[in-house]
Each structure stands twice: as structure tokens, then as C-alpha cells.
Design a protein. Structure first.
Lengths: 216, 713
């Protein structure tokens, strides 16, 4: 199972943080199994410095959308991301954008938000990859849905517009993200809790030792 | 003659792109050393990236991100490894080794392996002193100062999302004399959103009526610009695609451009997620004098496949067209360019020399409409007289083709829209000897004639002529009129109607349609759109397995005709195309099984129902005669058993036959059949109508001739 493999690779740091914080709680993972996960690392701040808790939604669920300013696939999804966020806001589902650029600051994100006409969606810079690691996101764009209990209910593509890299469809035929949201709203299991996202890989943060990748 | 002008323009329209713009040259990279202990950025990866990627992946260019520094490349490392492994990058569609092309954008297997190894090994930078120098790129015009610079008068706004846009922009050239064009250099401003562009010149003001008519600059569509005799003088001037570098035509060749003409750019935009505003500039380079030789084009199949009768059933995964030609003289081929729309999948072009030797010319295995490249041969390909060139193109119209523009897939014909298809491989060449030019011209004329004949026979030419605003030639005006005059054939007796594939089998009725399909078809003709669609689908799938299933063919045609006549949303051209297809199918079915009552019924009923409201297009009297003949045949076939028919069947048969005769002014025949109704169908609506007719013996209004008791299910 791919999911098993991902879980087994969970960062030592994260496990450590979880055990130290003592806030480990049972969560229903996307595979339907229960796993201990920390909520301690879920807190962050948006680009204006306000606290943001993407893993603790105030409403029925929160969609964390992992994006990059210079990933063409991520950018091409900007209109669809906004359509989904707007449509589901009224139903009690919020959205947050997590910027996974290697280098971007708040003004760069603001510029990007304005160019792509984002409006009213919380945005944070995930420079340390804490959110990506916690959500186990590896690609932009990728959607991770956290329900009111803090459980990750969906992780994967927004829809199947891209059949493979460089091979967009003329027609979207599977709307995986909104299917997941509809299921959560209906109190049902998410039909496909995990799908493969296509796009740009999330690079590890820059470190001082050039030429060496920091360990995950 | 107007049509050959269309054709000559068309033939060259898209294809010259390859001459005036071709791929940036990625030169030899260092030999990668996959087995070596450490693959580093500075020693191994940077040279590969600099030679193959940064011409586009640098600031201000079309590619989405830069790959200039170590950090740039390292951050994209896994992505680069993935896309190079798949050979999606660098973009190059031609199969390596099948034709030797200049400027091939391709990494060697060793280079791809080196990238993979480097990424796996943690992407070390290595010794910075070994970092190669960044390649020098020309800023500004790459071919030097142009002789003429033209800019779009206003910017065009490309929305953030939605389907790809095909849009034409008109710029007055202001040329005071006729010129010869050696090259066109294209400079888009919103580089990430422009995918490819084609250029042409047209008579000044030729597009004035449609330019800006929808409130935005330019006009929509994929029509072959510069290829319409109504806008002559006009002609193609090459093109540009992402990643291409402008080039002069080889060997002093040049393309004409008329004084006072308008320059037209046809652009393909690919929305990026944010609103973009495009205002392109072009630089045009002129020759001092008219060139000594003309560039010749051999296109197979000709005219982008107009004569192939492209008709791809929905769901078809492997639809094939092919065409061959034998060279009349020795030629030098400079380049080749394939063309298809979104369903195109595989292109293969091979030359077989008179001695049997094969020369590969082009092979694309996974065609991508988004990378419209021309391919220049490294050395001109010299082929002797008598060489046969074979071209084979396949299409995938299944739902599993992610590029299929229709969901669910629909039947696809030849046409200019992105949802239609075309297919051809063009070769830019000259005869080796100048004295062979007349022979080449003769050969090209023959090719053209053959293509046109075929296009006329399959109805495509008529659609094209209409789409370009041409009047249909009057009947009886010679060659072209004969091709287009399909109404005349419609008027012929059913026995001479073209049979699909087989000689007319007049005795036995063929296989019969299932009862449920018949029920759907009847209900569909009664106005139930869902049932009509089910009937269409069912008959189409039967035909996919058995193309000469006469009942399926007849009813598919009847349902298509009903659909084309009653659907208000159809564009005029589509309506005409469907009309032609439908009547052809019904005529073919009658040819296959003239004595099958259900085959006759399909054509007779739908023509009787629809002819009263048909516009005077084609040959309506011929259609009425076909309907009458069908009813007469049904009557004759069932004459001995009229008493066993239901009153509905009998009533429809007699009323139909009587009414059609009346419409044709054959009052005596009409009276004969109306006269049978009162006794055989006493007390029915049919009897009341017959009595009504007897009063005047003139055709009754349609409300009194339509089907009695036909309901929408």
C-alpha cells in the first residue's frame, strides 16, 4: 500500500514532537485506519501574521491547498480552487492556501494572490514544510481535507484535468475534491480518500549545506 | 476557377511554419557518466540543462520557470527527472532515428540517466569552478533588424481559465509595393499564454466585417487564413510555435506578400490561471528580388485530408487514413510538417525508392496538438523519380483519449473547428532540376484534382465552400458543379442510389432491428429527443459492427435527418453536413435492400414528414419523389396482405402514398389511394381526411397529413 509506505516514512522529528507535546490524539486517517498524529504543528500564521489553524477547522472542514507561485499546473488551477472554495464556503467549509515555494515572501504571495484574483482565501507560507509534512503533501497543487474532528479525510488531486504531466484533458470527468467535500457534508465516507496529484514536487527547504538535501 | 485557389493556399497554410521557425538548437551535451561515483551539477547536469532547457526556461521566455542557477535546477530536480524520463521534456514529437532532423530537441538515454542518478544522489552541486558559462542569448530581434515591424493595434484579453482559444488578428501592412518574404519573426508579449501562431497576408479589409464583430479584437476560429479566394490576393507566411527560433527560408526561397495587404496572425492561446493580455509584434524580412525557384508542397493526403471522407465513429480507438504518391521527378525535401487536431495519434511517413530501399521520413507516435512543430531535415532528403511516399495517420476518438475534445465522444468529420479533424503530412521541396518544374506542376495539378474529386464526392467540399462564404455553383456548370450537385443524384431513382460497399441485394431483407430500437426510433421521430438519441446510438453501434446493415443504416439516416432538421441549436453548416450524411445513408440503405419494408419506411416517413418545411436547399422535389417511391414500394410489397395490417399502419401507408402523389400534382394517383381509405378504415381520422381531400383534390395542409396517433413516449 502506498499509504503504508508514506506513513512508515513519517519524520522522526514529527514523531518526537508528537510524543513531547503530549497532544497526540486518535484520528481517522484517509486509509480508514487510526493513527496518532500531533496537532501541535498544525498552528501557523497567515501572511498578515494572524493565527491560522488549518488542521483545526472552525466549520465542518478545511481544505488545505498546497500551491506554488511558479508551478504552471498549480497556477492553472487557481480559478477552479476559487470556484470550489466559494461554492463550499456557504456550506461551512473553509480553504487555506499553503505556499510551498522554495523562496517566497509575504509580498510575493500577495502579488500572486492578486494576479490570480484570489479573494478571501487565507494564505500562509509553509517555508519549513511543517504543513506539507503533517498533511503528507508532496505535490503542488494538492488538496488535503481536514474534517471538524481534525481527521484527514482526503488527500490528492483537485480533479482529473491532467491525465499526466503535459497531457491535460479537454474535459474533466472526475471531481475528486468536491466529491470528498460532498461526502463529508453528507456524513458519508469519502469515496476515494486518496488520489494521485499531478504537478510540481514540493522541494525541501533550502539549507545551508549546499549540495546536500536535508533529511526528511 | 475559384476552388483551386482555395486549395493552393490551404496546402501551404499551416505547413510553412517549419521553415520560418524551427527548434532552438540544443547542441551536444557532455557525455554523461551514469556509472561514475558522483554526478554533480556543475560538471554533468548544468551542461545538459544549458544546452537543452534554458533557451525557454529563463526569465522572460515561454516556459513557466527558470532553470538557470543550481538552486533553480535543484528545486525542480525530481520534476526534471520525471519529465525527462517520460521524454515529455524537452518537447519533440518525432521519433528519434526515423528521419534525421536538424536541431533535434532530445536528450540521450545517458543524459536522462545522469539526471535520474543526480536526483537520487541528493543533487550535489560539485566543484563550482567547473560551472560552464551560461549560453548567450540574443535580446531583441534574432534575425537582425526587420524590414517591416507590425504590432497588433489593440491587446487581446485571454481569460484565466476555460478552453483553448483560436483567434485571428488583422494588422494593416501599409506595404506600397509587392514583396518577397524570407522570414517572419514573432514576438508575443504574454509569452506563457501563446502556444502557436500562423501568419498570412490577405487583401486589405478582407476580414473587416468580422474583425471585432464580437466586441473583442480579431475574430475566432481555426480557418486556414490566407486561403480563401474571396480575400485574394492572399497567402500563407509561415508560423511560430513555443520553443521555435526564427529562420530564413533555405536556398534563397521566399514567399510573396502583396502591396496594401493586411497581415493576419492566427494565435492559439492556452489559459494559464490568470488573465493575460496579448499584444504581439512581428518583424518581416524581405528579399531584394523575386526568388529563382518556388518552394513546392507535397501534402499527403492533400488539402489536410479533405478528400479522405474522414468520419470517425465515437469510441473508435484506431481510425486510420492513408495516402500514397509516386514522385514524377527527382526532388529535394527540406522539411516536413504533420497536421491534425486533438484526436490525431500517430503519423508515419515512409519513402520507398524504385529499388525497394526504404527511407524513413517522419514518425510521431503520440501526437500533441499543443506542439506544432515543423521538422527540418539535417540534410535535404533527395528522392529519385519513381519513389513512392506512404503516409498513414491514426486517430483515437475514444473516451479514454484525454485529449478528446468531446465528452462523451461524438462522430467526427473533416473540418476547421478544433472539434473536427484534419490529417496530413506536408513536405516542402523543390524538383532537383529546374527543367522538371513543369512536370511537377502537372503532377501537383493531378493530385489536387484527385483530392477535389474525392472531397466533392464525400460532401466535404460543399461544407468548406459554404464556410468560406462562397456561393454554391449553379447546377450544370461543369466539373465543380458536378461534384457539388448532389441534389441531382438525390433525384435519381432509388435503384441507382450509391450502395454502401455492396451491389444491391434486391431479394431478401437483411437483418432486422430489435423491437426496442424500433420503438425508440418511432418515438424519436414523434419528438422524443431522448428516444431519438437512443435510436441513433443503437443504430450507430450496430453499424460499427456491420456497416451494411440496411435497416440500421436507413434508420440512422432517418434519425439523423430528423435531428438535423429539428434541432434549433445546430449551426447552418452542421445542419447541411448532417443532412447530406443522412440522405446518403438512407439512399445507400435503399440501394442495399430495396425490398425491405422497414428500410423504405425509414426514408419514406422521414422525407414525407420533413420535406414540407425544408428550405429550398438541395433538391426537395427529388426527395419528395424518393419518399413517394418508398411508399409505393411498401404498398406493392404488402399489397396482398393489406388486410392484416393494423389500422394505424394501413392508414399511414395509404394516407402517405396519396398525399405524396397529391403534392406532386398526380391527382389521379392520389385519388386512387385516398379512395381506398373510406372503405378500409371506416370511421377513422384517415377517412375524415380523405373525405376532406376529395372536396378540392388539392394537397391538404400539413395538420391534416401528419401521423395519426403518433405520440411521444
Amino acid at each position: 500500500m502506498r499509504w503504508e509506505r508514506v506513513l512508515s516514512g513519517t519524520s522522526v522529528v514529527m514523531l518526537l514532537a508528537a510524543s513531547v507535546s503530549g497532544q497526540t490524539r486518535e484520528e481517522s486517517s484517509v486509509s480508514g485506519q487510526t493513527r496518532g498524529e500531533s496537532r501541535a504543528s498544525g498552528q501557523t500564521r497567515d501572511i498578515d501574521g494572524r493565527p491560522l489553524a488549518p488542521f483545526a477547522p472552525a466549520g465542518k472542514a478545511n481544505v488545505i491547498l498546497f500551491v506554488q507561485t511558479d508551478c504552471p499546473i498549480s497556477n492553472s488551477y487557481a480559478p477552479e480552487i476559487q470556484r470550489v472554495c466559494k461554492a463550499y464556503a456557504a456550506k461551512g467549509i473553509s480553504c487555506s492556501l499553503a505556499y510551498e515555494d522554495v523562496r517566497v515572501d509575504a509580498s510575493g504571495v500577495r502579488k500572486h494572490l492578486s494576479e490570480y484574483a484570489y479573494n478571501g482565501v487565507a494564505a500562509t507560507i509553509d517555508g519549513s514544510r511543517a504543513l506539507a509534512d503533517r498533511a503528507k503533501a508532496t505535490i503542488t497543487p494538492q488538496a488535503v481535507v481536514v474534517d471538524a474532528r481534525g481527521a484527514i479525510r482526503y488527500r490528492g488531486r483537485i480533479d482529473n484535468f491532467y491525465s499526466s504531466l503535459g497531457k491535460p484533458r479537454q474535459h474533466v470527468t472526475e471531481h475528486d475534491l468536491t466529491d470528498a467535500l460532498d461526502a463529508i457534508l453528507a456524513g458519508k465516507p469519502v469515496p476515494k480518500p486518496e488520489t494521485e496529484a499531478l504537478g510540481c514536487f514540493i522541494a525541501r527547504p533550502l539549507d545551508s549545506a549546499r549540495g546536500r538535501q536535508p533529511k526528511r | 476557377m475559384r476552388t483551386p485557389t482555395i486549395v493552393v493556399g490551404l496546402a501551404a497554410a499551416v505547413f510553412v511554419i517549419g521553415f520560418l521557425a524551427r527548434g532552438e538548437a540544443p547542441v551536444q551535451a557532455q557525455n554523461a557518466r551514469p556509472g561514475a561515483a558522483a554526478v554533480t551539477f556543475t560538471e554533468t547536469i548544468a551542461p545538459i540543462v544549458y544546452d537543452n532547457c534554458v533557451s525557454c526556461h529563463r526569465p522572460g521566455e515561454a516556459a513557466p520557470f527558470s532553470l538557470i542557477s543550481y538552486d533553480d535546477v535543484r528545486n525542480r530536480g525530481p520534476l526534471i527527472a520525471a519529465v525527462t524520463q517520460r521524454r515529455y521534456m524537452p518537447p519533440w514529437q518525432a521519433t528519434h532515428g526515423y528521419g534525421e532532423f536538424a536541431d533535434e530537441r532530445r536528450l540521450t538515454d545517458a543524459q536522462i540517466q545522469a539526471i535520474a542518478t543526480w536526483v537520487k544522489g541528493g543533487m550535489p552541486e560539485g566543484d563550482r569552478s567547473k560551472m560552464p558559462a551560461m549560453p548567450k542569448f540574443t535580446t531583441g530581434w534574432r534575425l537582425g533588424t526587420p524590414d517591416l515591424v507590425l504590432e497588433m493595434p489593440t491587446e487581446f484579453e485571454v481569460p484565466a481559465s476555460g478552453p483553448d482559444i483560436f483567434r485571428n488578428f488583422v494588422i494593416p501592412s501599409g506595404l506600397l509595393e509587392d514583396k518577397w518574404v524570407r522570414a517572419v519573426e514573432f514576438r508575443p508579449r504574454a509569452r506563457t499564454v501563446v502556444h502557436h501562431a500562423l501568419f498570412a497576408y490577405v487583401r486589405a479589409g478582407a476580414y473587416a466585417k468580422i474583425d471585432g464583430a464580437d466586441g473583442q479584437p480579431g475574430f475566432r476560429g481555426l480557418a486556414p487564413i490566407g486561403a480563401n479566394p474571396a480575400i485574394a490576393p492572399a497567402g500563407p507566411l509561415g508560423g511560430w510555435a513555443v520553443g521555435a527560433t526564427p529562420r530564413f527560408l533555405p536556398e534563397g526561397l521566399a514567399l510573396p506578400m502583396s502591396r496594401g495587404s493586411d497581415f493576419v496572425i492566427q494565435m492559439h492561446f492556452h489559459p494559464t490561471g490568470k488573465v493575460e493580455r496579448e499584444k504581439s509584434t512581428v518583424g518581416i524580412y524581405f528579399a531584394d528580388k523575386a526568388p529563382d525557384r518556388m518552394l513546392r508542397v507535397l501534402q499527403l493526403p492533400g488539402l489536410f485530408g479533405i478528400g479522405q471522407g474522414i468520419d470517425i465513429p465515437p469510441g473508435e480507438k484506431n481510425y486510420v487514413i492513408s495516402r500514397s504518391a509516386t514522385l514524377p521527378v527527382d526532388v529535394r525535401i527540406f522539411l516536413t510538417q504533420p497536421h491534425a487536431h486533438y484526436l490525431g495519434k500517430e503519423f508515419k511517413a515512409t519513402a520507398t525508392l524504385p529499388d525497394g530501399t526504404e527511407r524513413p521520413l517522419l514518425w510521431i507516435q503520440d501526437w500533441d496538438f499543443n506542439w506544432q512543430d515543423g521538422y527540418n531535415y539535417k540534410q535535404p532528403v533527395i528522392l529519385p523519380k519513381g519513389t513512392r511516399i506512404d503516409v498513414r495517420i491514426t486517430y483515437d476518438n475514444s473516451a479514454s483519449n484525454p485529449r478528446n475534445p468531446s465528452n462523451p465522444p461524438k462522430r467526427v468529420w473533416w473540418g476547421e473547428e478544433s472539434t473536427d479533424e484534419m490529417g496530413s503530412v506536408s513536405f516542402g521541396l523543390i524538383p532537383v532540376r529546374k527543367e522538371d518544374e513543369p512536370q511537377w506542376a502537372e503532377f501537383a495539378g493531378q493530385q489536387l484534382k484527385g483530392t477535389l474529386l474525392a472531397a466533392g464526392q464525400n460532401g466535404t467540399l460543399q461544407r468548406l465552400a459554404l464556410s468560406q462564404g462562397l456561393q454554391l455553383p449553379a447546377a450544370g456548370r461543369g466539373g465543380l458543379a458536378a461534384l457539388l450537385g448532389r441534389g441531382g443524384r438525390g433525384a435519381a431513382a432509388p435503384s441507382s442510389a450509391p450502395a454502401a460497399g455492396s451491389g444491391a441485394a434486391s431479394e431478401a431483407a437483411g437483418p432486422t432491428l430489435p423491437a426496442q430500437v424500433m420503438a425508440d426510433l418511432f418515438s424519436g421521430l414523434g419528438g422524443n429527443a431522448g428516444a431519438l438519441q437512443r435510436g441513433l446510438d443503437a443504430t450507430a453501434s450496430i453499424l460499427a459492427a456491420n456497416p451494411s446493415h440496411a435497416q440500421a443504416l436507413a434508420w440512422h439516416g432517418a434519425a439523423t435527418l430528423y435531428y438535423s432538421s429539428t434541432n434549433p441549436d445546430l449551426a447552418a453548416l452542421d445542419r447541411i453536413g448532417l443532412f447530406q450524411r443522412a440522405t446518403k445513408e438512407m439512399d445507400s440503405a435503399v440501394g442495399i435492400a430495396p425490398d425491405d419494408v422497414r428500410v423504405r419506411m425509414a426514408r419514406g416517413v422521414v422525407l414525407r414528414m420533413l420535406t414540407p418545411t425544408m428550405p429550398r436547399f438541395g433538391n426537395v422535389p427529388g426527395l419528395i419523389e424518393n419518399a413517394r417511391a418508398d411508399y409505393q414500394r411498401m404498398f406493392d410489397l404488402q399489397q396482398g396482405q393489406l388486410g392484416t395490417l393494423s389500422s394505424h399502419s394501413l392508414g399511414e401507408l395509404l394516407q402517405g402514398l396519396a398525399e405524396l402523389n397529391s403534392r406532386q400534382g398526380k391527382t389521379a394517383d392520389a385519388e386512387k389511394y385516398y379512395g381506398m381509405i373510406p372503405s378500409m378504415l371506416k370511421g377513422t381520422d384517415y377517412a375524415a381526411r380523405a373525405a376532406e381531400w376529395m372536396k378540392t383534390k388539392q394537397p391538404l395542409p400539413q395538420a391534416q397529413t401528419n401521423c395519426v396517433g403518433c405520440h411521444v413516449n
